[in-house]
Design a protein around this ligand. Sequence first.
Ligand code: FAD
Length: 321
Amino acid sequence: MSIIVFLEKEGSNIRNTSLEAISYGSELSKKVNAKVVCVVFGALESSEGEKTGLYGCDKLIHVNDQAFDQAVINVYAHALNDIMNNESGDIFITAQSALADPIAAKIAVLQNASIATNVSELPDLNTEFSVSRSIYSGKAFENLILASPKKIISIKRNAIGLIENQKSASIEISDLKLNPDLIDAEITGTDRTTGMILLPEADIVVSAGRGMKGPENWGMVEELAEELGAAIGCSKPVSDVGWRPHHEHVGQTGIKVAPNLYIAIGISGAIQHLAGVSSSKVIVVINNDPEAPFFKNADYGIVGDAFEVVPKLIEVIRQNK
Ligand SMILES: Cc1cc2nc3c(=O)[nH]c(=O)nc-3n(C[C@H](O)[C@H](O)[C@H](O)COP(=O)(O)OP(=O)(O)OC[C@H]3O[C@@H](n4cnc5c(N)ncnc54)[C@H](O)[C@@H]3O)c2cc1C
């Protein structure tokens, strides 16, 4: 029996969220006594194979056909389904993403498997195979029994974090080729926001809202983000009025983030915003209204004018570097 872990890349490097999926697979493998087989498609840095071993991968299957870098959901799902069959895979694990979740759903159909998305913990195997998943934008948890022999699990970020579990992953270069008959959609272009840290991947996010008064004041937000090596986010109204680009909009209707540190500047903390940040480990809120709802969800709160607090924060960070 094996646990198949689908790895996504950023360029030719494995994403941190996928490294967490390996950790998850590795911790689960101790409970079900299975091999952890990871699968990655397309171009890959040579050092990345070793990295998978660090988090507990027994075998890395590298599907080297670079045509997969432009592949679509149906193509990936069938390729992973074939690998699952060849490797006696009973459990499929992926880190949640816009690409991975529909792939997981498709594999569930092909394998006649039980599926759980947004999974927030390791399964409880005491009686049956039970998983806990986050629902209602993180406001509640649902316990689900995966009853079929085959199981598909998509984990949310920070479900268990990165856990080192050193193994020497064997690397198998697969000659699996992209099957053009399976291409049912065509990618006609990709607009990339180059040179920026991806919000869903970021360890630190500096986010700001309407309290910034206007786009001309974002310089200090960018400076703070640069000092911290953080990604920049914003509230919905800020992107709606065009102060910031839409790809920075965080929340229920925007991007969901799960960094180790989320700094919210001049954001009130409406429920729709909180829905996108509730998986953050530590939340720091800067707001001049002590009654701002965000303070109820903050680990640390600074009651003060952002235009005074943020420059001081930047100064202190610089002094301590
Ligand atoms: C269906 C639906 C979906 C939505 N989805 C989202 C979503 O995904 N993401 C999202 O963000 N919103 C979303 N919203 C909007 C949400 O309800 C709030 O309106 C929005 O989050 C408020 O943005 P804000 O906090 O920037 O602005 P405001 O609510 O105007 O708050 C500004 C805050 O800045 C503080 N402030 C003002 N001046 C200063 C200063 N000088 N220093 C420090 N603090 C200051 C104020 O005290 C206030 O708390 C959605 C709404 C609906 C109806």
